[in-house]
Design a protein. Structure first.
Length: 273
């Protein structure tokens, strides 16, 4: 979690295109100056351009990764209440975090760049559970709703975290319950105004459960308006104060989990596996 949850917040729409083709993407470099030849293989399946290393772990597991990608699209469409998603997108699979750095300037396990309709993730023996659902949610939501307001970062990361809804075998509601029990929750003003300056394992999962509650108890249209108009419009959008909703969602999570999950926070905070 800690390494892969940062994304680029930029946006563009792309035209729909369907088909299937195979091709190789090659970057040839001379050997005498430290350069090497890098070869990729790519295939357009429905509206997704997949780009894989020519060999290695990711290539050998490409069928499963392709399935996970389409499962993530279907899963996120359901959360967003979309009947279709036809934007042509690019899914680039990296063999390592070093390769991710070459292409994106980050060593994240995954990231999304809506401006290029691109999702990148690492797949190797050390990255067995790439954040496909999380990053796909960022991509689909921002292709549909545009770049969120600055103080809507928490719901952008929250909805992506809720999409994955699993960190070390705990869902966002269970994690929120633990944070509530241990008095680790971040004040909403800090979550809204300084999201990335807070503890990531707290801020992402706290936001994930808040988003889950909003989506399950209010409309997707209200959530979209919160995304576009910002937190200052919360009471106008939802008809009640945030503090009222926060009290309600705390009651719900305690009713669902009367006993707080016994999470070893020292180990848990090292990241999701």
């Amino acid at each position: 979690m800690k390494n892969y949850l940062k994304i680029s917040l930029v946006f563009i729409f792309h035209l729909t295109f369907f088909g299937c083709e195979d091709k190789k993407e090659q970057v040839e470099k001379t050997d005498n100056d430290g350069w090497v030849k890098e070869t990729k293989v790519s295939k357009l399946i429905e509206n997704v351009n997949f780009i894989f290393p020519e060999s290695g772990y990711a290539f050998e597991n490409k069928e499963d990764l392709i399935k996970q990608t389409f499962d993530a699209i279907a899963h996120n469409k359901k959360i967003l209440k979309k009947t279709e998603f036809n934007d042509t997108i690019y899914v680039r699979v990296m063999s390592s975090r070093d390769e991710m750095f070459i292409y994106t300037g980050t060593r994240a396990y995954g990231n999304a760049y809506p401006y290029w309709s691109t999702l990148n993730f690492v797949s190797n023996e050390d990255a067995l559970n790439p954040p496909i659902k999380h990053e796909m949610m960022h991509l689909i939501a921002m292709l549909d709703w545009d770049y969120p307001k600055r103080n809507s970062t928490w719901i952008n990361e929250g909805i992506a975290t809720y999409s994955a809804n699993n960190c070390n075998n705990y869902n966002v509601a269970q994690i929120y319950r633990h944070l509530l029990e241990e008095d680790k929750l971040i004040p909403i003003d800090d979550l809204v105004s300084n999201f990335y300056n807070n503890s990531e394992m707290v801020s992402y999962h706290q936001s994930g459960y808040i988003v889950q509650y909003l989506l399950e108890n209010y409309t997707i249209e209200q959530f979209k308006q919160l995304w576009t108009d910002g937190f200052e419009k919360f009471e106008e959008i939802y008809g009640v104060s945030y503090s009222r909703i926060e009290n309600d969602l705390k009651k719900v999570v305690v009713e669902k989990y009367p006993e707080s999950p016994n999470i070893d926070w020292e180990n848990f905070s090292k990241g999701c596996k």
